[in-house]
Design a protein. Structure first.
Lengths: 292, 163, 752
């Protein structure tokens, strides 16, 4: 343990209101929810912030509200909360699945979706799912609330559309993906407790062999989690045949910027991206012909 | 000479059923508060990064890695450590099964592993092998290869069901 | 073999209850009054001269105890085989993380920032990082020629076989470094005073190794050094020699401060600074007849020892002796070297050179099989050692081991033939390829050759006032079951209940030197001495007229109580004596290398996923002949645990090096198997007994490390038709190979 706790301050307000008030007065304080990223940095001696604001277990942030049109997931919901929620499991299975492979049970009991979004690791495996589910974030500060499309939230590596005095209040996902083919896969170094080398979440709807809608998001292949906008454009309205699939796989590789790092290589990641997109399209095709 | 930002505060939590108050810096790890301030050395540090699970405890009924929890976030919480599980008659079958099946070799992962197993059995009294693997996937063991740990957990489940 | 009364039964772990209740005390659980905490300032460069040490701003340096090489009262070395490794660098460094200064402070949290505030100016020197660079000798970094040790084994007429060969098969095989990754990091507490000298408590395998090293470091006689082993949370060889270093550091700080000092490494420091398995390169060139018999061959084996000699000669020795595998070589030349590089010294890790050279021969046998057109099973069957034949060192196989039958059992249990037939069909289509692989091997237990005679181990058994007995050994419990098995043996020998036998905490002021806890020797060699010492204790009572030769447990206890009341607690000692007929030539490396070999055949079933290039091991069968199963639960635990480490060695555990330093020194990035990654591991034992081992036992602790890597890589070749010749084998490597040979993987015929 390489940090000295005596050099740190942490305050734990009891309500969201109190939290945003404190943050407005002290925008340099670092919010900490479940701590599964911040505390690792703390132990390694690399945590730059010295003053922290705990938003763990704030009741306003830790609820899931099912509205008729959208599911509002409090940013302080843990991955265990997500897995255990009936509507998440039924209508947003990619979220539930991503939650189940974010670390072991102990990590899932503390890691939060909001915390992971703000930590913005390019390898975060729970971020492609809200990207394909067209999530909107509700951001809150002492100045009020605003909504941001999640697709526009991450602007660059660890840079985001979030003011210093803002917190994420909720992640809202529209309830219109029932009947879609949902596909997600995480490729890590082992079956559990692994950081993604590549991760994918994808949705598709096919009618009479024509692709009506397709959304593909990937993690670990760019400075932020990304939607494969060009690949999607190349697929929409097309009939799914081997030629279209091959073109889509090429387009997917071209849209990503994988790197060599301590965990894997750019070439490997590029190949796996292509394979995963291919596997998704095969599932989509199989669903259309009833051969799932 | 180094800038000190914080001051120690009092934090109250329940540990193994007993109310405790500690004076600590808010960013002290719950792991260190348990081990140093409360003398409960059964919970171990294996990695300090939430990967190995040797520091596992229950906090308000949820399995967590105590090396990743600032003590300020444990204010008011109900914490259970291996010392509490060791006294708990509900987990006698688990302890005995670990002993009989070879679930502990060097023993350093064992407190965390037993916490994880206890947590699993509370949620899933009759776990499948796949559920046992998943329930323990955050607890690394270097000695056993896990096989006899799986058997211990399955045996504990069988005995609890029978009684 | 049917169990005796206690030996051979699933006797409960002696210290098990403490472990499952959290009562077991490891070194970081202990605290002494007025204790300081210690930390180490380490080199940031691989090789160079230290020009200046600066103590930076922002730290109240007067609050810290500082120790440098100048403070060392005796010899600045970690005494082991040679004395080339400094305890603290003095003017020069030869590897990243080399210890230079020690700091101590009452507040544990005050240390990392102080370590970070020491900045050192170096004059960098060119450094060497690979076996090849070291062999080139363009930069000499150790001794005269970078070579720690060499061996040459010659048997028969090697040069004459090439002309007779129908096939000449060549191959080159590599294994990488592997971190032991015990879940409890290295730790020590030391105390010093003028009267008692040095005392250390800590996590360690070999109390008397530390004892010897401290004596040399402090220039103190044996009576002024005391080493106590605390409950140890895993070791696997990683706490064989390294503890002498951290113990020396804690003791120096204790000496300088006059207070007890505790040093506990955090995971990142432990991974980056301490020993790892020696990386290796093996080259085979083998002459084979048309019916698949090995006629002879040349084997070249090299290991990377890191910056100092430490134990490399002994690792090399074991790797050399095992390089031929469990096969009959009519002639062979085995040339081996341990070379220096500027990495932290590599060290003991379960298997100790054998996993490296056995990986090579077992991969090579599959290569030979393909060249000759025989199956992997058949090529092995035709070359297995048989009773009466000699090993590569000329040791005669004297026991009725039938390796062909052992292999048949493994193949049958693994359903090898039926599965391979099924996979051949299934692999024709789909995104997954399945395969099966075999590894056959042997593992010599105990010290090589005359090593046990040199160790001259002594064991004690003590009669106690309550009528029970206490085992006195320096052999340590590190999870493998020392406490349990040695108490089982004593209980069996004396006809006592297991509960009447205790075992002393290894404390050099209390127990004799039964040798280090290494080389799979504890049950076999030390256990046999425990039985002798126990019987010696009984003889004392018989000669005193207090006990008949035939007696009940109750009578024994009564006699013991009576004797202690009259004479005080009493001990019986037994010393190792080399059995007759064990002849070993240390110069020519010929003769009886080991008192006993255990034999094994392992079978792995794998799936290669062509979407992710990942390999999963779906089933693993481990069949071994072990002399005698002393405790079925403990024995099975050793095999399963070793197999899991072998799976890590094969598929997951890669050390990422940059300029001699481990970059992935966190558990997040150094990948060991979790509970979600291990296959069913099915373990089977056979027992032929062993006249040189306690109750017929052979050593088994390291055996399971040798088989998994080659079995798995053989299975991957079976699945894909592509040979791989190195471990660890990661999905990225498999991707590159498939990418280079798309026609092999996707063709129906494959390489079957």
């Amino acid at each position: 343990m390489r940090s000295d706790p005596a050099e740190y301050e942490l305050v734990a307000p009891a309500s969201l209101q109190a939290a945003v008030t404190l943050l407005a007065e002290n925008p340099t304080w670092l919010p900490i929810a479940g701590g599964t990223d911040v505390m690792v940095q703390f132990a390694a001696g690399t945590l730059a912030a010295r003053k922290l604001l705990s938003i763990w277990n704030l009741p306003e942030l830790r609820r899931i509200e099912a509205q008729p049109d959208e599911l509002r997931i409090g940013a302080g919901c843990t991955y265990t909360d997500l897995r255990g929620h009936e509507v998440v499991a039924r209508e947003f299975p990619l979220l539930a699945r991503a939650a189940s492979w974010t670390g072991g049970i102990a990590n899932q009991n503390r890691g939060t979706l909001g915390g992971n979004i703000v930590n913005a690791s390019p390898a975060a495996d729970s971020l492609p799912a809200p990207l394909v589910y067209e999530a909107e974030l509700i951001l809150v500060s002492a100045r009020g609330e605003r909504r941001v499309a999640y697709r526009e939230f991450h602007t660059d590596y660890k840079k985001m559309n979030l003011a210093a005095d803002e917190l994420i209040r909720a992640i809202c996902v529209p309830r219109r993906f029932v009947g879609y083919v949902h596909y997600a896969r995480k490729v890590g170094a082992r079956n559990a407790q692994a950081i993604s080398k590549v991760c994918i979440a994808a949705l598709g709807r096919i009618e009479k062999a024509e692709i009506k809608d397709v959304r593909i998001a990937l993690g670990s292949v760019a400075p932020t989690p990304i939607r494969l906008v060009e690949t999607e454009r190349a697929l929409i309205g097309k009939r799914l045949d081997p030629r279209v699939m091959a073109l889509a796989r090429k387009a997917a590789t071209a849209e990503t910027r994988p790197i060599d790092d301590i965990r894997s290589t750019a070439r490997y990641r590029a190949a796996v991206v292509s394979n995963l997109v291919g596997e998704f399209l095969e599932r989509l095709g199989a669903a259309a012909t009833g051969h799932e | 000479m180094t800038t000190k930002h914080g001051a120690k505060r009092e934090f109250s939590l329940t540990v193994n059923g007993e109310p405790k108050t500690v004076r600590a810096y808010p960013m002290e790890r719950l792991l260190d508060v348990l081990r140093q301030d409360l003398g409960l050395t059964g919970t171990k540090e294996g990695c300090g990064e939430g990967e190995c699970g040797a520091c596992s405890v229950l906090m308000d009924g949820a399995l967590v890695d105590s090396c990743l929890i600032p003590v300020a976030q444990a204010e008011g919480a109900r914490v259970v450590t291996i010392e509490g599980v060791a006294r708990d008659a509900r987990f006698r079958a688990l302890r005995e099964a670990f002993l009989e099946c070879g679930g502990a070799q060097c023993g350093i992962c064992t407190p965390g592993m037993i916490l994880a197993a206890a947590h699993l059995l509370e949620k899933k009294p009759k776990p499948t092998l796949a559920e046992i693997r998943e329930g323990l996937s955050g607890n690394l063991c270097r000695c056993t290869g896990y096989i006899q740990i799986f058997e211990a957990v399955a045996e504990a489940a069988r005995r609890s069901a029978a009684s | 073999m049917k169990p005796d009364r206690i030996v051979g039964t699933a006797t409960p772990r002696k210290e098990g209850r403490d472990k499952v209740t959290g009562r077991a005390r490891y070194i970081d659980d202990l605290s002494f009054p007025h204790m300081l905490y210690g930390a180490t300032v380490r080199s940031r460069i691989p090789r160079g001269k230290i020009k200046k040490i600066n103590f930076g701003p922002g730290i109240a340096w007067s609050e810290y105890v500082v120790v440098s090489a100048k403070d060392i009262p005796g010899k600045n070395c970690i005494a082991l085989i040679e004395n080339d490794q400094p305890c603290l660098a003095d003017g020069a460094v030869n590897h990243p993380e080399e210890p230079i200064l020690l700091l101590a402070h009452p507040d544990r949290h005050a240390l990392p920032k102080a370590v970070a505030a020491v900045w050192i100016e170096y004059e960098a020197l060119p450094a060497v990082f690979t076996i090849e660079e070291s062999e080139r000798k363009s930069e000499i970094i150790w001794g005269a020629d970078n070579t720690f040790k060499s061996f040459l084994i010659e048997k028969g007429d090697v040069d004459g076989v090439w002309a007779k060969a129908d096939y000449i098969v060549e191959g080159e095989y590599f294994t990488g470094a592997q971190e032991q990754l015990y879940i409890e990091t290295n730790g020590m507490i030391a105390a010093f005073d003028a009267e008692r000298g040095v005392t250390v408590w800590g996590s360690l395998q070999c109390p008397y190794y530390v004892h010897k090293a401290l004596g040399a470091l402090f220039g103190l006689p044996e009576t002024k050094v005391r080493v106590v082993q605390t409950e140890t949370g895993g070791a696997f060889g990683g706490k064989e020699e390294y503890p002498s270093m951290i113990a020396g550091h804690a003791a120096l700080l204790a000496m300088k401060s006059g207070q007890p000092v505790k040093i506990i490494y955090d995971r990142a420091e432990d991974m980056a600074a301490t020993t790892k398995r020696h990386p290796s390169r093996t080259r085979h060139r083998t002459a084979v007849s048309k019916d698949g018999k090995i006629l002879g061959g040349e084997i070249e084996f090299a290991i990377d020892g890191g910056a100092y000699l430490t134990l490399s000669p002994v690792v090399l020795s074991r790797g050399t002796i095992h390089a031929g595998g469990p096969y009959y070589w009519p002639s062979v030349r085995i040339r081996t070297n341990a070379v220096a590089t500027n990495a932290p010294p590599h060290g003991a890790f379960r298997g100790f050179g054998a996993p490296q050279s056995l990986f090579a021969i077992e991969r090579h046998m599959d290569r030979i099989a393909r060249a000759v057109g025989l199956s992997p099973a058949e090529i092995r069957r035709r070359n297995f050692l048989k009773p009466g034949q000699t090993t590569t060192t000329g040791q005669i196989v004297r026991e009725p081991i039938d390796l062909g039958k052992l292999m048949d059992r493994a193949l049958q249990v693994a359903d090898y033939d039926a599965k391979r037939q099924r996979f051949a069909k299934e692999n024709l289509s789909g995104g997954r390829k399945k395969g099966m692989g075999i590894a056959a091997f042997l593992h010599g237990a105990g010290f090589t050759g005359s090593g046990e005679r040199y160790l001259s181990s002594v064991v004690g058994v003590e009669g106690r006032a309550d009528g029970g007995v206490r085992v006195l050994v320096s052999s340590t419990e590190i999870g493998q079951g020392t406490n349990t098995v040695l108490c089982q043996i004593a209980a069996e020998a004396l006809g006592l209940p297991y509960e009447d036998v205790t075992i002393a905490q290894p404390d050099t002021s209390d127990v004799p030197n039964s040798g280090p806890t290494v080389a799979s020797r504890t049950t076999m060699v030390v256990g046999k001495l425990v039985a002798s010492a126990a019987l010696g204790l009984k003889q004392t009572l018989v000669r005193a007229g207090m006990l008949g030769e035939i007696c009940s447990a109750e009578e024994f206890r009564a006699a013991c109580r009576k004797y202690v009341a009259a004479h005080g607690e009493f001990r019986s000692l037994a010393r190792y004596e080399q059995p007759e007929g064990i002849f070993w030539d240390d110069q020519k490396y010929r003769g009886e290398a080991y008192a006993a070999f255990a034999w094994a055949v392992y079978v792995a079933e794998v799936t290669v996923d062509l979407t992710t290039y990942g390999v999963s091991v779906d089933d693993f069968v481990a069949v071994q002949e072990v002399g005698r199963v002393m405790n079925p639960v403990l024995a099975r635990g050793q095999i399963a645990g070793g197999v899991a480490q072998g799976i890590g060695f094969a598929l997951y555990e890669k050390v990422e090096w940059r300029d001699g330093r481990m970059q992935n020194s966190q558990m997040t990035n150094y990948i060991m198997p979790t509970s979600a990654d291990v296959p069913p591991i099915r373990v089977y034992f056979e027992e032929l007994g062993n006249e040189h081992g306690a109750f017929g036992a052979k050593g088994i602790g390291e055996l399971p490390m040798d088989g998994p890597a080659p079995a798995i890589v053989n299975a991957i070749e079976d699945a894909l038709g592509i040979p791989f010749d190195k471990v660890p084998l990661l999905p990225e490597d498999i991707f590159e190979a498939i990418n280079a040979h798309p026609e092999i993987v996707h063709s129906p015929a494959g390489a079957r």
